[in-house]
Design a protein. Structure first.
Lengths: 783, 261
């Protein structure tokens, strides 16, 4: 192995040279001959009936080519935007999915929902045209609030009580029994604030139809171009699958919001054939705020049953999850299978019962956002564990240690469906406490108090589940897709390698990590590996990148393809050594045979594969290129311990994070620098959720935080110096022993911050985000 | 953006003349306020008259105890001055580096955003505003929300800040926009103690109760117990009127502590 570039080396990211020098090719950087521009006409009302739409004035605007309304798509057979996971309610009925036409036809249900779009020669003309579209709305009463949605006016005809589903998981009777036998019950009412994703690159799409070949090419900002293609072809009926190519070039961040199939790309690809010219759209920032799928937005009541010694006996969780106006692509799975299943956390809690009622409101659809369900679960578990410790006058560290699943209990079957393969929670906790100078806290607290500040400390021991799998299990639970990944390893004549992956990199650094994996296993130079992704015309069907699945599933698929390459290489080498392939060894880039002292380097075998002189072609096909589809046996279970110390200025309510320690167990790590970067980004988002970010709608359903003037994103100056370290229990069921690191920081950190803030203030709860104003008001109420 | 005519004036007369001859004209300096509103189609002037090429408008000079700042001086230019450290520090905390590299003092004052920083300096330091038509005392300049004493087409040319004996500015920044939720300039000047407050009300104002208390005792403790009437203060997503009221005192104390340190 090459220590500079192999597995475990912090190789600088290949892709950064082009990103940093402005050479990236993002969707909006791509222009094609004859291109037109498109602007969507969006609802100014949270809920209204569309009586009529008049496009005459818009058509009269100079430069406007066509104005489309939703009805035209329906007439042309364009289907609704589907939700790909059917969740079943307690009573056995499938969830209610209200009709979701890409372009609204008869009603609009959130501010920003498109009801028409204008195609024009220039962006300016399209804007002018969009302003000239006249709609006659009959404004209806809007539903905004999560907690009261089910008792508010009904939004969708087929959804009484505005309910999408009422789901449960776990053993209710066993849980009730645990509560009946408990010495102590801790109750916590908490909310998980709505977040707006805010990728740096706004969503964009360029749809182009080639009449000569009847093929469509869609360039778009997608985290999973194959899923985009299959949904647009099979469900939305834009084009036959064979005639639709989806290319997702460089993408500037997704965080989940670019997983989904949206109205805009559907409209431009469909309309490109109607107009007969390519159509480009790029969201402006206001559109991103209004019409990207939002995240979180839960209202939860949690109860924890304990013995007087602090043994966790049972957990009961009842959550109302705001789905927004419609069910977005994977939204239904987020507050259920990615949430309820995580309620055991790192603990032995024997009885757990979770209920989730998903409700509709007149707000933007809510779907997966970095962590997707797992941050919400961790927030519930880690907040209530800490609260229980305070109520029992126990050290929250001790209470956790007492209840951790011990290392010798793996594989561990939780009461909420998942089976954890491996972990060592006390090890991460121990390391985190050491780094955090746990024992000298009293002195720091005294120093803060001496300065008139309040100091608090909080912990969060999260667990998460990455690389959602296996396919047959998730399909049996209602998923409409498998969750494997594809890989193809093409060896060139000279021994360099091109890898096609179904994963998609939009900031994660796959071009580097995957190249390290390949170069390490084949013993070839790092620079002779190229990774290609994001094009349905080039790579096999794959499922894309989200849920921290890329290395665990996509990386494992590459590893499987490499097994096949090596196996074939051995066969070729065997002919050269005049032996059988089981006698050939492959290590450090060399094929060797005990009967020969002249090992064959990988490049020589590659050459021999393509200049097939040395082996019989009736036995062995020429060439060296292999594919694999990898379907994991289980999720992977990254886990970690986070410690946060805050100092609060009671006069202003300002919280300053003075210490943030994150110790994560990601199993084996390919590139520690990239992993650390992922942790930093995740922590920034989690701390952003805890302290700054809040998507707020007013009572009429207008987005009050629709720009950076009002929606506070975390900046470097808002964040402390993170102290990041790792422990490792390699995953037992994938070939690389890897777990995935993309979401951990965002999952674990909010609870650590809020536990520290509530500790400092001596209160049970402060709603997120704990802005200075909120903290100040909390202090005033106590005063 | 809607289409408009961009007119670049090379001198004051031309700027005024371009403004007068248009039915709907607006000046642009740094554009940090105007351009976003044009891009969002919230403003649709026929003519945009650029002041940036007018000679002398961006000069900064100091003489006879007065720091004279040209209207076109950018926030970063003011941040680099040394005569009045409190003013330089204030300019250095406006927005972010990009905004400070474009935004101007004239644009900021003419715009009179209730959360802008400079108005606190104008009132707190007792500045005078010179326009192409007259001289306006800082105390008379800020009229109401986004409303100033400027007449239509009147151009700010420079702002004269008398150098105080000592002064300090404390700002509580909005976490999202970085504008002032509350900003307080406290200064001991030749004409007495002045306290200018921005962010709290419809426009910046002087807080005479604080001025009186600090005149006899320039210490944070002098402000204890003085009631700040917050009933007319701004109340929005980020801060209630009561919170702003409390911040006025906290920021004033911080400023006094800085100034006496
Ligand atoms: C992201 C961001 C953050 C910001 N944060 C802050 C902050 O923390 N604190 C703060 O105080 N401000 C802040 N600002 C506002 C910034 O300081 C602006 O630069 C300032 O308000 C306007 O100055 P300008 O030169 O850009 O004016 P312009 O945008 O060019 O003009 C603004 C208005 O003033 C008029 N005008 C301009 N110059 C003159 C003149 N010489 N005479 C008469 N009228 C004139 C114009 O016609 C226009 O109506 C922020 C702005 C942004 C975009």
């Amino acid at each position: 192995m090459n220590a500079e570039t192999g597995i475990g080396a912090s190789v600088l990211r290949k892709e950064d040279a082009r990103f940093i020098t402005g050479k990236g090719q993002y969707t909006d950087d791509i222009s094609v001959f004859g291109q037109t521009h498109c602007v969507f006409v969006r609802s100014p009302h949270a809920r209204a009936k569309i009586n009529s739409i008049n496009t005459d004035a818009a058509m009269a605007v100079d430069g406007v080519i066509r104005v489309f309304t939703g009805g035209e798509l329906v007439e042309d057979g364009i289907g609704d935007l589907p939700c790909g996971w059917v969740v079943t309610s307690k009573d056995g009925t499938p969830m209610v999915a209200p009709p979701h036409p890409p372009i609204a036809t008869s009603v609009v249900n959130y501010v920003g929902e498109p009801y028409a779009f204008v195609v024009a020669e220039t962006l300016q003309a399209a804007r002018d045209g969009a302003e000239a579209v006249e709609a006659d709305f009959e404004i209806l009463e809007a539903v905004v609030d999560t907690a009261t949605a089910s008792s508010s006016t009904q939004i969708h005809e087929n959804a009484p009580s505005n309910q999408a589903y009422d789901w449960e998981l776990g053993d209710k009777e066993a849980t009730d029994a645990a509560f009946a036998a408990a010495d102590h019950v801790t109750t916590l009412d908490i909310t998980n604030n709505r977040l707006i994703p805010n990728a740096i690159e706004p969503r964009a799409a360029l749809g182009s139809y080639d009449a000569a070949s009847s093929t469509y090419t869609l360039y778009t900002t997608s985290q999973n171009p194959h899923v985009e293609r299959v949904v647009l072809a099979l469900f939305v009926n834009v084009a036959p699958e064979a005639n639709l190519r989806v290319i997702s070039p460089d993408v500037g961040g997704g965080f989940g919001s670019k997983i989904f199939v949206y109205a805009e790309e559907t409209a431009v690809i469909w309309a490109s054939a109607k107009v007969g010219r390519p159509i480009k759209w790029r969201a402006d920032r206001t559109e991103s705020f209004l019409a990207d799928a939002h995240g979180r937005d839960h209202v939860t009541k949690a109860e924890l049953a304990l013995s007087s010694e602090g043994e966790m006996l049972g957990l009961r969780v009842k959550t109302i999850a705001n789905m927004g106006a419609y069910l977005s692509t994977f939204s239904s799975s987020v507050p259920t299978y990615l949430y309820g299943t995580l309620m055991a956390g790192q603990y032995k809690t024997p009885a757990i019962y979770v209920e989730t009622q998903a409700v509709f409101t007149n707000t933007a659809p809510v779907d997966a956002y970095r962590g997707a369900g797992r941050p919400e679960a961790t927030y519930v578990v880690e907040r209530i564990v800490e609260t229980a410790a305070r109520e029992l006058n126990m050290d929250p560290v001790e209470l956790r240690r007492k209840n951790f699943i011990p290392p010798d209990a793996f594989p561990y079957q939780t009461p909420v469906a998942l089976e954890y393969d491996t972990g060592n929670y006390a090890a991460s906790m121990g390391k985190a406490l050491e780094i955090a100078d746990h024992d000298s806290y009293a002195a720091r607290k005294a120093a803060s108090e001496g300065n008139g500040k309040l100091r608090g400390r909080g912990y969060s021991c999260y667990i998460e589940a990455c690389g959602i799998a296996p396919s047959q299990l998730v399909i049996s639970l209602g998923a409409g897709v498998g969750l494997f990944e594809s890989a193809e390893v093409r060896v060139d004549v000279s021994g360099s390698v091109t890898v096609m992956t179904g994963s998609h990199s939009h900031g994660q650094g796959h071009e580097t990590t995957f190249a390290q994996l390949v170069s390490d296993r084949l013993g070839i130079p790092f620079d002779s590996v190229n990774v290609i992704h994001g094009d349905t015309g080039r790579s096999d069907y794959g499922l894309g990148t989200y849920g921290s699945r890329s290395i665990a599933v996509g990386g494992s698929a590459i590893d499987r393809a490499l097994d096949k390459i090596i196996a074939k290489g051995k066969k070729i080498a065997a002919h050269m050594f005049e032996t059988t392939d089981d006698q050939v060894e492959f290590a450090e880039g060399q094929f060797s045979y005990a009967g020969s002292n002249e090992p064959k380097p990988f490049a020589e075998i590659a050459g021999a594969a393509y200049i097939p002189a040395v082996y019989p072609l009736d036995e062995l096909e020429p060439g060296l290129s292999e594919k694999a589809f990898y379907d994991p046996q289980n999720f992977t279970y990254p886990a970690g311990s986070y410690v946060c110390e805050v100092e609060i200025d009671p006069s202003t309510g300002v919280t300053e994070i003075q210490k943030f320690v994150a110790v994560d167990d990601f199993g084996n790590v390919i590139n520690p620098m990239i992993v650390e970067g992922q942790v930093h980004g995740g922590l920034a988002q989690g701390i952003g959720q805890a302290l700054l970010e809040h998507g707020i709608y007013d009572a009429d359903g207008n987005l009050s935080t629709g720009s950076y003037m009002d929606y506070a994103m975390p900046r470097a100056a808002d964040l402390p110096d993170f102290e990041v370290d790792m422990t490792s229990t390699p995953c037992t069921h994938n070939p690389l022993g890897v777990k995935g690191c993309g979401e951990a920081g965002a999952i674990g950190s909010p609870a650590a911050v809020m536990n520290a803030i509530t500790d400092a203030l001596g209160v049970k709860d402060v709603p997120m985000p704990a802005t200075p104003h909120t903290v100040w008001e909390t202090i005033q109420q106590g005063a | 953006m809607y289409t408009f005519n961009f007119r670049r004036a090379s001198n004051l007369e031309e700027a005024q003349q371009l403004h007068q001859s248009s039915s709907d004209a607006v000046y642009v300096s740094g554009g940090m306020t105007l351009i976003p509103s044009l891009k969002l189609r919230l403003a649709s002037p026929d003519d945009v008259v650029d002041l940036s090429r007018i000679d002398g408008l961006s000069a900064i000079s100091s003489a006879d105890g007065v720091l004279s700042v040209g209207a076109m001086a950018r926030h970063c230019d003011v941040a680099a001055t040394t005569d009045i450290p409190a003013l330089a520090a204030l300019a250095n905390r406006i927005g972010d580096a990009q905004v400070r590299n474009r935004g101007t003092i004239g644009g900021s004052l003419a715009n009179n955003d209730p959360a802008a920083d400079y108005p606190a300096a104008v009132l707190g330091l007792g500045a005078t505003i010179h326009t192409n038509r007259r001289t306006i005392a800082g105390d008379d300049f800020f009229v109401d929300l986004f409303e100033t004493a400027l007449d239509d087409g009147e151009i700010i040319m420079r702002v004269d800040f008398p150098t105080p004996k000592r002064a300090a500015y404390a700002k509580f920044a909005n976490q999202a926009s970085k504008y002032a939720v509350v900003g307080v300039m406290v200064a001991e000047t030749d004409s007495g103690v002045r306290v200018g407050v921005t962010g709290a009300g419809a426009c910046a104002f002087r807080l005479t109760s604080f001025e009186d208390a600090l005149s006899t005792n320039m210490s944070a403790s002098a402000l204890a117990g003085i009631d700040v009437d917050s009933s007319d203060f701004n109340s929005d997503l980020h801060a209630s009127a009561a919170y702003r009221g409390s911040l006025v005192t906290v920021m004033a104390k911080q400023a006094v502590e800085q100034l006496t340190a």
